[in-house]
Design a protein around this ligand. Sequence first.
Ligand code: AMP
Length: 217
Amino acid sequence: MMRLVFLGPPGVGKGTQAEFVAKELKIPHYSTGDIFRKILKDSSSLSKELAKFVNTGELVPDDIVFETLKETLFTSKANNNGWVLDGYPRNKAQAEMLDNLLANNNEKIDYAIYLSADREILAQRLSSRRVCSECGTIYNLAMNPPKREGICDKCRGKLIQRKDDKIETVLKRIFIFEKEFSPLKEYYESRGILLVINGEGTTKEVFNQIKKGLNLG
Ligand code: AMP
């Protein structure tokens, strides 16, 4: 049983590592960003509301995020053995909301894994990031390219660049992260569950560090 949240700036590899850890532990992986991007594909009023924030790199208001999260974490039996969350929480208020929600069920987070990296590395990674428009698998044109250009190895979906991975939006997202992060970090640090990992290595190196930190060998 393990409940984990991933923290860190955009482009640091939260999505990739969260997927690896979830596979290793055989528990579900949820990304609020992925959930929102899926909702954006239809033409509901929620989708129009979300697009204003997601496409421009602003944070979605806490109450909307929270409703989405509640639905995700408490509607499936698959969650009984824990889960890995990436992209949530983004600020201290969200961390408190999640803790209250879990406490009502006598549950708690085991670790908050903070992946860190230098700004320049983040900007570089984000500009060469491509994602599958069908299954969401993440690629990097330099470090982890697909076998066939523009095509997902897993489902043959078309690879695209996220609207918010354009350089102007990237810098704004890094700025928003930096503004919100220190209270969030202190929140988990004071509970003694913050695991700090250097996210600048290769995906494999970073994954090994995380496994060590979680005592997974
Ligand atoms: P991500 O894929 O985690 O980079 O998220 C993409 C976008 O989705 C963010 O820039 C926000 O607009 C929105 N988003 C995802 N998670 C959250 C969250 N926990 N709180 C607010 N907005 C979020």
